[in-house]
Ligand binder design. Structure first.
Ligand code: UT7
Length: 329
């Protein structure tokens, strides 16, 4: 192992379905209002994947962009990790379907389920394979089709989620940049706060589970909200403390997009200007493991995110899981 090796993001991509569901559209489906949704969540619209398409279609589009921007052929990939809670099938993994689509003949492939923290977990796992020297180029994708596990009759959840994918290629560098720190956590005692109760081996699909709408997301939003604010702040302060970094030093903070109130609370506590804390929840809703890589890709495309920038990303979600990565871009 070369001790000078670090991992950098060498390419980014994103995919968002064309179908837009606005708040007024939802007003026609459940007892809700644009005013409630905007003031409580910051969401104005979200994307919904069209019938006939599935998660792997989103992963493929985002991944091809990321590979092109990294200047790599699929055959140069050593591994593909897809972070998702909405795979095409319980088995095989969506990463295997993506590997076939891309014809990434040399790549190992695995899915990683860590709820909305999935992308941060996957990036950290990929980083270890690069640090060890076992892999060079790893495709890391966060991709979700949450519209298919959303209960469109439950106003407490159906206004929140959206479909989308973000992808990055992680590659080795011997330059003085890359991942500086990471911090991953779990508290499984909170598993029931956010779950899809049926469709797994504990409660396989049956007429009763369908009747009781158990194949849809169930969430205790209030409890997750309280946990999220604390988890994000602690996570950031641990990583920044370890690296001797103050919030003034941060060029970017990519936060999981679950609620604009959480994002604004953290931004204000750290006294960061709006342009350093990108927001896409207004346009895409909560896309779970995809929120952060989509936001990163948008900042790369805009030309604002530049080499040498100090970037933090922090996510939280089902599990309960939470985690962050600190990197010099
Ligand atoms: O992505 C990973 C994990 N997920 C999260 O991080 C989500 C974190 N939680 C949240 O973002 C917020 O808790 C929510 C947006 C989910 C909910 O906001 P809240 O301010 O915590 O609302 P609440 O659940 O306490 O509900 C307040 C009221 C209730 O009515 P009553 O009992 O006070 O009469 C709800 O029935 O708002 C009602 N309500 C709605 N009203 C209109 C809930 N959903 C809606 C709705 N439209 N869509």
């Amino acid at each position: 192992m070369n001790s000078k090796i670090n991992s950098i993001i060498s390419g980014t991509g994103a995919a968002l379905p064309g179908t837009i569901i606005t708040n007024p559209d939802l007003e026609k489906m459940v007892e809700t209002s644009d005013e409630w949704i905007v003031s409580r969540t910051g969401i104005r619209e979200r994307r919904k994947l069209e019938e006939g398409f599935s998660n792997v279609d989103l992963t493929e589009t985002a991944s091809r962009q990321a590979l092109e921007r990294a200047g790599l052929e699929p055959s140069e990939l050593d591994m593909i990790i897809v972070a998702t809670v909405t795979p095409d099938y319980p088995t095989p993994s969506t990463s295997c379907l993506l590997q076939a689509r891309l014809k990434a003949s040399r790549a190992a492939a695995l899915d990683l389920a860590a709820g909305c923290t999935g992308f941060v977990y996957a990036l950290t796992v990929a980083h270890q394979f690069i640090l060890s020297g076992a892999c060079k180029n790893i495709l890391v994708v966060g991709s979700e089709v949450l519209s298919r596990v959303t209960d469109w009759e439950d106003r407490s959840t159906c206004v929140l989620f959206g479909d989308g994918a973000g992808a990055v290629v992680l590659s080795p560098t011997d330059e003085d940049r890359g991942i500086l720190d990471f911090s991953l956590h779990c508290d499984g005692r909170g598993a029931e706060l956010l779950m899809i109760p049926a469709g797994g081996s504990r409660m396989p699909a049956c007429s009763e589970s369908l009747q009781n709408r158990m194949h849809f997301i169930k969430m205790n939003g209030n409890e997750i909200f309280k946990f999220a604010v604390k988890a994000v702040e602690e996570n950031l302060s641990v990583m920044m403390g370890r690296q001797g970094i103050g919030s003034d030093d941060l060029d970017y903070l990519f936060l999981h997009q679950a609620n604009l109130r959480i994002i604004e609370h953290v931004r204000k506590r750290l006294r960061l200007p709006r342009e350093k804390v990108p927001v896409n929840i207004d346009r895409f809703g909560n896309t779970s493991s995809a929120t952060i890589p989509i936001a990163i890709h948008e900042e790369v495309l805009s030309g604002r995110l530049r080499q040498g920038d100090l970037v933090a990303m922090v996510a939280f979600g089902a599990g309960l899981t939470w985690g962050g990565v600190l990197m010099k871009w």
